[in-house]
Ligand binder design. Structure first.
Ligand code: CTP
Ligand code: CA
Length: 225
């Protein structure tokens, strides 16, 4: 009997994925957040695990089950997500940033619930820019040398190809995935553009899990030998 083994595409590799939104507190009751179900990131974590990788999923507040065999770290704010990610990426071979990170957080967080004062006047909220998790990781020596392969996601409302190409260069990453269409939030399927140094390739509409498996294969064949 002759057995043929297809080695798994990410066997022996470590993959870190950020997923879901972040939540930026304004007071103990309220905060601001982004639209994101986390489904795409969870599907990528699952697909990477199925491809043989050791996977850490850094998840913002979402209601999804952890994929089998995946280590999950729950976080709330962008700063927490950055800290958890930075603890994991020095040992990783691949970093996939799917999280919808809030670009800004309230500059101050009140210790107590902000109450209406009866005057009818609304409070003014000042914002501070959050750290860019992907750009921060992409600037590290391991990422720049190609030992840590970084992948970004972009959801744009218009001019997707133009913005995706510019975003890939601005973040200094080898691969950026563009979500086509504004209707992907919470949906089970999606349509993606892969933007790398060679140009743009479209992955036709399919379930998020099918696309995640295709993306994992695309990542695997781009890794340093
Ligand atoms: N990202 C991140 N940390 C941030 C903002 C974005 O890690 N503070 C990551 C996202 O997870 C995604 C990529 O960067 O992989 C692009 O996010 P996006 O919001 O599209 O880009 P921004 O640089 O924030 O630009 P803008 O929102 O103005 O389009
Ligand atoms: Ca943003």
């Amino acid at each position: 009997v002759v057995a043929f083994f297809q080695p798994k595409a990410l066997a022996g590799k470590r993959v870190v994925v950020t997923a879901g939104p972040t939540f930026e507190a304004l007071d103990p009751i309220r905060g601001i957040t982004n639209h994101s179900s986390g489904k795409m990131g969870f599907a990528i974590a699952r697909a990477a695990r199925e491809a043989g990788a050791e996977v850490t999923l850094v998840a913002g507040p979402v209601s999804l089950r952890t994929p089998r065999g995946v280590l999950r770290i729950d976080v709330k704010s962008a700063r927490d997500m950055l800290a958890a990610t930075q603890a994991e990426t020095p040992q990783a071979d691949v970093f996939v940033a799917t999280a919808a990170v809030a670009d800004w957080r309230p500059a101050t967080r009140a210790d107590q619930k902000i109450k209406k004062d009866g005057s009818g006047e609304a409070p003014t909220v000042a914002f501070t820019e959050n750290p860019d998790i992907l750009a921060t990781v992409a600037k590290t020596e391991r990422a720049r040398s190609g030992d840590l392969f970084c992948v970004g996601f972009a959801a744009e409302s218009h001019d997707l190809v133009k913005h995706a190409k510019a975003k890939r260069e601005r973040k200094g990453i080898p691969l950026l995935v563009g979500n086509i269409g504004p209707l992907t939030f919470g949906q089970d399927d999606n349509q993606m553009l892969l933007v790398d140094a060679d140009g743009v390739v479209e992955l036709p509409r399919a379930s998020k899990l099918v696309l995640a498996r295709q993306l994992v294969a695309e990542i695997a064949r781009r890794l340093k030998p």
